[in-house]
Design a protein around this ligand. Structure first.
Ligand SMILES: *[C@@H]1O[C@H](CO)[C@@H](O)[C@H](O)[C@H]1NC(C)=O
Ligand SMILES: *[C@@H]1O[C@H](CO)[C@@H](O)[C@H](O)[C@H]1NC(C)=O
Ligand SMILES: [Zn+2]
Length: 294
């Protein structure tokens, strides 16, 4: 009885945010996107890194501090950097835990390989350690992206930024929840990979990876079921390609940086922040993930 009840609660909670699991029974890339998509994306992109400067010790953007402490880390263990690319006047502030598997160079490179307009959807790229593999989170109401573990692959960065594109800081108006998108999904016959079958939000982010490859290289890697996701892909391209996926132009409409706070945290503050993060985890529809990939 208890199990049955909790199942019902779970189903109600899921449908309340308009998310449907197990969308299709065919996957276009059965082994995941990383293998087929990474070589082409890497060949055709380069991070236009101009300079980076470390912040002095003791200060951190509030969003980074919240994430660090929420995940049980010490904000004093953050390496905070400003990273400037040639195609945007304003630098991005990155936060990296000193033990994160991703180096600062990895972060600057993977992030910088995305188009400047995709980068402009992100406020702070954040890297934390993980005991194995890679998973990632997107805070879609504020624009932050958190990489946990060894997340070098451009497909992962595009996926997380794809969540930001879906929401554009207004998670209640996600594009993946609109009628045109759901109708296109209805007409299509596959999902990009098994992870996309998690729900419509994860599916959207994987279609972003597919559309980005096609925009950049003019084709997509060989499909198991040719054309099976073309309705969604072409709708996504019609809606977002010229403003986000093309590798031209300059940055605009960046989310405003967080206020800067001290890394010092009292025990009491820390308890409060961890409690808040715990309550948020799994319950806040603005937080997408942890996403993990085959
Ligand atoms: C896949 O889904 C379609 C449409 O829902 C259905 O007609 C078909 O029988 C399913 N195939 C398998 C192998 O489950
Ligand atoms: C990437 O570049 C390598 C080396 O030039 C080449 O062999 C390979 O075919 C390219 N792959 C794609 C998908 O463009
Ligand atoms: Zn995701």
């Amino acid at each position: 009885m208890i199990n049955l009840f909790s199942n019902i609660v779970a189903v109600v909670a899921v449908s309340a945010v308009g998310v449907f699991a197990d969308l299709k029974n065919k996957t276009d890339y059965p082994d995941g996107l990383s293998g087929p998509f990474t070589p082409g994306l890497n060949n055709y992109t380069e991070a236009p890194l101009e300079w980076f400067t470390p912040w002095g010790a003791g200060w951190i953007p509030k969003g980074c501090k919240d994430r660090f402490i929420g995940k049980g880390y010490d904000a004093d263990d953050a390496e905070v950097f400003n990273i400037k690319y040639t195609d945007c006047d304003q630098a991005w502030t990155f936060c990296r835990h000193k033990d994160a598997q991703l180096s600062l160079k990895d972060m600057a490179d993977s992030f910088g390989r995305m188009s400047v307009h995709m980068r402009s959807l992100v406020r702070h790229p954040i890297a934390l350690p993980a005991s194995s593999g890679c998973s990632a989170l997107a805070y879609t109401d504020i624009g932050d992206v958190v990489m946990l573990g060894n997340c070098k692959g451009l497909t992962v960065w595009l996926h997380e930024t794809g969540h930001q594109l879906d929401a554009r800081l207004k998670p209640s108006n996600r594009f993946s929840g609109t009628t045109p998108w759901l109708e296109a999904l209805e007409r299509d016959t596959c999902v990009p990979d098994s992870y996309a079958n998690t729900n419509t939000v994860e599916d959207f982010a994987q279609v972003v990876v597919v559309a980005q490859h096609e925009t950049l290289l003019g084709y997509k890697p060989e499909e198991a079921f040719p054309g099976c996701l073309d309705q969604r892909q072409s709708l996504l391209e019609r809606t977002f390609q010229s403003d986000y996926l093309e590798y031209v132009g300059r940055c605009s409409n960046r989310p405003r940086d967080f206020e800067i706070v001290s890394t010092k945290t009292t025990k009491r503050e820390k308890m409060k922040m961890m409690k808040r993060a715990k309550a948020q985890e799994g319950n806040d529809p603005n937080v997408v993930g942890p996403c993990s990939f085959p």
